[in-house]
Design a protein around this ligand. Structure first.
Ligand code: MF3
Ligand code: CO
Ligand code: CO
Length: 290
């Protein structure tokens, strides 16, 4: 774009006074193709208006997860939690992104014990003492998406199961801590994989994190395993999720043949997941949904 044109980010300033240096820094950044390094495509760099939009969706999404946290307990069916989240999001002017997404039948995902992700809420699924439960909610507000999930432990959970939930949270936080501008996305998977393996757990590789913006799933695909200094260059303005799925047994998974959605561990072992949506900033990261 011309140096004197208004910047693509919508600031109203001339390009040369705004994002020109930034674009030149990306273009000049040394990329090692042997390490699978690549530059981020321009379309996934968010403008200040985009970031404000995602933030607002994140506030509603956080509120829905807080509401679940206050109400979830043994004896409850998971459709009740689905409807609670749906009503909250709708009341605040949002849309539950999962509903009808590629044919998904409910508003949120609730995944219990050996269900890895994409568990479909149902009147017939009753939470019981000792269960570990992932509740994954995505909200659309004003055209922008925000995506997060948390684990909940129902009643008395065994110490070894509690450890899986806690280590998985640490995996997410270590993955997020590895996100630094002008470093590479592979650092995230490397940090997650290291911590999971140190605890004798496995990392699911069939699914990963993803860019978030005006669409549910955008570039980049965020691997939860991998090598440092590989993959996409991280630059300020990128927004994506970190959402490791960690299994007590093997990393192998399969999809329920009947509903086409529910993802299970192949060996029946327990699985946990935590997810946040984050923004890469000039100095580190900012959490947009948690
Ligand atoms: N929220 C999930 C994610 O973290 C996606 C759920 S898609 C659905 O990417 F269709 F199953 F809802
Ligand atoms: Co996600
Ligand atoms: Co999610």
């Amino acid at each position: 774009m011309n140096r004197n044109e208004p910047c693509w980010c919508g600031s109203g300033q001339k390009y040369k006074r705004c994002h020109l240096d930034f674009d030149e820094k990306i273009a000049a950044f040394p990329i090692d193709y042997k390490k699978d390094q690549c530059r981020p495509p321009h379309e996934i760099i968010k403008t200040p208006a985009d970031i404000e939009g995602i933030k607002k969706a994140g506030v509603i999404n956080d509120g829905a997860l807080d509401l679940i946290a206050q109400n979830i307990k043994a004896g409850m069916d998971t459709l009740t939690l689905n409807d609670m989240a749906d009503a909250f999001i709708t009341k605040h002017g949002g849309i539950p992104a999962c509903l009808n997404y590629e044919g998904y039948p409910k508003s949120i995902c609730i995944s219990i014990n050996n269900v890895v992700c994409h568990g479909i809420p149902s009147k017939d699924t009753i939470l019981k003492d000792g269960d570990i439960v992932n509740v994954d909610i995505t909200t659309i507000f004003n055209g922008y998406f925000a995506d997060a999930s948390r684990m909940f432990m129902i009643g008395n959970v065994s110490p070894e199961t509690k450890k899986l939930v806690e280590v998985t949270r640490e995996c997410m936080e270590l993955g997020i801590a590895a996100v630094k501008p002008w470093h590479f996305l592979g650092d995230v998977g490397a940090a997650i994989e290291k911590h999971a393996h140190q605890n004798d757990y496995s990392v699911v590789t069939a699914l990963g994190g993803h860019g978030v913006g005006k669409q549910f799933h955008e570039e980049p695909f965020v691997n939860h395993t991998g090598k440092k200094d590989t993959g996409m260059l991280l630059v300020p303005g990128m927004v994506f999720t970190v959402e490791p799925m960690i299994n007590m047994g093997s990393y192998d998974v399969f999809i329920d043949a009947d509903d086409g959605w529910t993802v299970y561990t192949k060996d029946g072992s327990l699985s946990a997941q935590w997810e946040k949506t984050i923004l890469v900033t000039d100095t580190g990261i900012e959490v947009l949904a948690k």
